[in-house]
Design a protein around this ligand. Structure first.
Ligand code: PHE
Length: 331
């Protein structure tokens, strides 16, 4: 075996390899386990032959590594040359979604209250009877406690029927002063119609401090209604009843469609009902261990669907739950 000639031949094959595959083939042929060189190395008996063959192996391995580097460089050069990206060409447009109208309104509510220094919170949707009714001073025979109105689970839990349990949670968590708004889903056993849906969203405000009055409640609601419906809005109160506020009221906002003159949206009254509100009932303070002589507060709750409907003039509440893109794309 002429090892010198063999080395020349191998070197030529390695240096002449035009692609990574060619190079790999040459490496297998001349350095692989079954190559003549490897086999000869296995059979080496004397030191001189061992040094000769090992020398060839080391040089050939170096040649393979060098060729590998050159081929990789060439490949990079080629790609830099051929795959030029023209950054001035318009890209492929990605379809952009947008935020659901309920989420839009939710964020507007959050912004309006953050601007007043309120904290925003979210609470559990599966509530205990204790927090959904008892601690909010619902009487034992209140109709909302009926399984005809409310979704009951076993062992004293319900799908919350309003966001008002958040009032109790925060009052139990920390001492006043408290300024919070809680936003989330609530559930009632209503049949699905154009105006009702068994799931909907509410935002619930609670302020507890010293010396708060109905005037503070009115000013706060006015601020929020103007943030939601525009600077011209006015707010009025009608008396009402809720177990956890005293006095209780229902706030109306002047109709933004007709400016208060009367139209179909406001049923020709000039006013639109916004939800419920009132001054925190002394029994609620007692239920969370606060002295009603020392603390005062107001609370309110309004529906987000209603707000979105009014803002966008959406007559049917189902449109907000069906996820039909032909509808949602419009907002
Ligand atoms: N939770 C009441 C409802 O869902 C609204 C409300 C909230 C009333 C806060 C008074 C105070 O109808």
């Amino acid at each position: 075996m002429d090892w010198q000639e063999h080395e020349h031949e191998a070197t030529r094959a390695i240096e002449g390899a035009a692609t990574a595959d060619d190079l790999d083939a040459a490496r297998v042929t001349y350095l692989g386990r079954k190559s003549e060189l490897a086999q000869a190395l296995r059979g080496v008996r004397d030191r001189e032959t061992g040094m000769l063959l090992n020398g060839i192996r080391i040089r050939l391995e170096a040649a393979v590594a060098e060729r590998e580097r050159v081929l990789a460089d060439e490949e990079l050069e080629r790609r830099l040359r051929d795959e030029v990206i023209d950054v001035t060409l318009p890209g492929e447009e990605l379809p952009l979604g947008h935020i659901h109208p309920i989420t839009q309104v939710r964020r507007m509510v959050e912004d309006a209250f953050l601007g007043l220094g309120y904290e925003v919170r979210d609470d559990r949707e599966v509530e205990t009877v204790e927090y959904n009714f008892d601690k909010l001073a619902f009487g034992p025979t209140h109709s909302a406690r009926s399984p005809r109105d409310t979704f009951f689970f076993e062992n004293g839990t319900v799908l919350r029927t309003e966001t008002s349990p958040s009032q109790i949670h925060i009052l139990e968590e920390k001492p006043p002063p408290i300024y919070m708004v809680s936003i989330g889903r609530v559930y009632r056993r209503d049949a699905i119609t154009a105006t009702r849906y068994p799931i909907f969203h509410q935002f619930e405000g609670l302020a507890v401090d010293k010396g708060l009055t109905l005037a503070d409640l009115q000013g706060t609601l006015l601020h929020v209604m103007r943030a939601l419906y525009g600077p011209e809005r006015r707010v009025r109160f009608r008396t009402h009843y809720f177990p956890f506020t005293e006095p209780s009221i229902e706030p109306d906002v002047s109709c933004g469609i007709c400016g208060g003159a009367g139209c179909r949206t406001c049923k020709f009254s000039g006013w639109i009902e916004m939800g419920g509100a009132g001054m925190v009932d002394p029994r609620v303070f007692e239920n969370v261990g606060l002295d009603p002589e020392e603390w005062s507060g107001f609370a309110f709750g309004c529906g987000l669907e209603r707000t979105a409907q009014l803002r966008h003039d959406i007559p049917d509440i189902r449109a907000l739950w069906e996820g039909d893109l032909r509808v949602l794309r419009q907002f």
